[in-house]
Design a protein around this ligand. Structure first.
Ligand code: UDP
Length: 413
């Protein structure tokens, strides 16, 4: 059972202003009562679940009948789709005919009892992409929403998915670089964070301090933090390597905090690798977080000096906007959607190696004023571009655009 909070667009007015709120309401009123069904493969862990948890209730508040359903899959299926995920991000993966059969078989099983209720159906990522096979007898508009950087996929998986994707009415990618040659319309919609969520809201200093204490951190010494699932593409070992270089000059501490996701079977293995690599250093804090640790994640980020997102491949990396919103300077791998959020030298630094990350961490630890400037810029950048309300507006625009095929301009009056 999915737990969806209740949200009200009105509550965002102090952040985005009355005009932006009115604009959203006007767009929503043009769409009218619409069943907008979202489908993905997990309700917890990872950015897609994070966004849907907040997007669905906000859509409902503006009068859209938004729903969220999950496909089912066993361990074998999620092993296959994790390999798909890695390969689409460009990581070499062996994809066997048997794996493709597992994908087809699980798709068939889901199709057997899946209830398609939407007028507009938004299918997130490759796991449920095959549901499009049912398009002849359900739904008005089918949209495939890709959260992955598929600009340079490792051969095999994209070719397999293409016949499915081509049957959709449209595809949505997180940034222009991710688009692929397709015969269907493509929309660019960046992901977003919710400033009012527990993950992002303001916290009392006392809670931040008690959270640091709980995990044995010293608030008097700098803290470098990466919040991520334990996934090789997030490069946790590169983070440890960077920390070890910095540690030679600064008595700092490292937090690597993250949990798993039910659709990511590699987490435990990577977690063990990171534990081994940290070699018992008491200033490395590897924190395995249970789901719904939002307040603690918020506090750990707010209590940190510098945030890392040293991914070697990335879809968007919500953790970057989450940190920038808290006015933290971010050092990010120069990949995927991190490049939208970390504007080099303005909101943080983009890096290509553990050595590069170490150099930038050292620079920031030595210059608190620079940390403040980058953090302030980051906050404004997120406010302008990566809040849930902008994302909501983009989804409404996509629905309107699909209601008016072939029209470059849609008049609202
Ligand atoms: N996250 C979390 N708990 C964890 C690790 C991550 O709640 O243990 C959240 C994180 O704060 C962010 C999302 O999960 O909101 C991860 O999204 P992102 O786009 O950064 O990466 P993904 O996991 O989707 O690749």
């Amino acid at each position: 059972m999915l737990t969806i909070p209740t949200l009200s667009l009105r509550d965002y007015e102090p952040i985005i202003g009355p005009d932006a709120i009115d604009e959203i309401r006007v767009l929503a009123s043009r769409i009218g009562k619409r069943r907008f069904q979202n489908v993905n493969s997990t309700s917890v862990g990872g950015g897609v679940a994070e966004i849907l948890t907040r997007m669905i209730p906000l859509l409902q508040d503006v009068g859209i009948d938004a729903t969220w359903d999950l496909i089912k899959g066993d361990q074998a299926f999620f092993n296959v789709t994790k390999a798909f995920h890695n390969a689409l991000h460009g990581k070499p993966e062996v994809i066997t005919p048997e794996m493709l059969d597992i994908y087809r078989h699980t798709t068939e099983l889901n199709l057997r009892d899946f209830n398609f209720t939407g007028d507009t159906i938004l299918i997130h990522d490759p796991q449920p992409a095959g549901l499009i096979l049912r398009r002849s007898n359900a739904g008005r508009h089918w949209i495939w929403r890709c959260h992955i950087d598929i600009s340079a996929p490792y051969p095999g998986v994209w070719e397999f998915l293409l016949p499915y994707v081509s049957r959709y009415d449209a595809a949505i990618f997180s940034m222009p670089d991710f688009s692929r040659p397709l015969d269907i319309p493509q929309f660019m919609v960046a992901p977003s964070i919710d400033p009012l969520a527990d993950k992002n809201k303001e916290l009392p200093d006392s809670f931040i301090h008690s959270t640091l204490e709980k995990y044995g951190l010293d608030p008097e010494r700098p803290i470098i933090t990466q919040i991520s699932r334990f996934d090789r593409l997030k490069d946790p070992l590169g983070v440890v390597a960077a920390y070890k270089l910095v540690r030679r000059r600064f008595p700092c501490q490292l937090i690597l905090a993250g949990g798993g996701a039910p659709d990511d079977p590699e987490g435990e293995q990577v977690y063990q690798e990171v534990l081994r690599e940290s070699g018992g250093d008491p200033d490395i804090h590897i924190i395995n977080l249970p789901p719904f640790s939002d307040l603690e994640i918020n506090a750990l980020v707010r209590g940190s000096t510098v945030i890392l997102q040293k991914s070697i491949r990335e879809g968007f990396g919500l953790t970057v906007s989450e940190a920038l919103w808290k006015r933290k300077p971010v050092i990010g791998g120069a990949v995927g959607g991190i490049r939208l959020q970390v504007v080099n030298n303005i909101t943080g630094f983009l890096v290509h190696s553990p050595e590069g990350a170490a150099r930038r961490i050292t620079q920031l630890l030595a210059d608190p004023a620079l940390c403040r400037t980058l953090g302030e810029n980051g906050y404004l950048h997120v406010k302008q571009n990566f809040l849930l309300t902008r994302h909501l507006k983009d989804y409404l625009l996509v629905m309107l655009a699909l209601d008016h095929p072939g029209q470059d301009i849609v008049y609202l009056d």
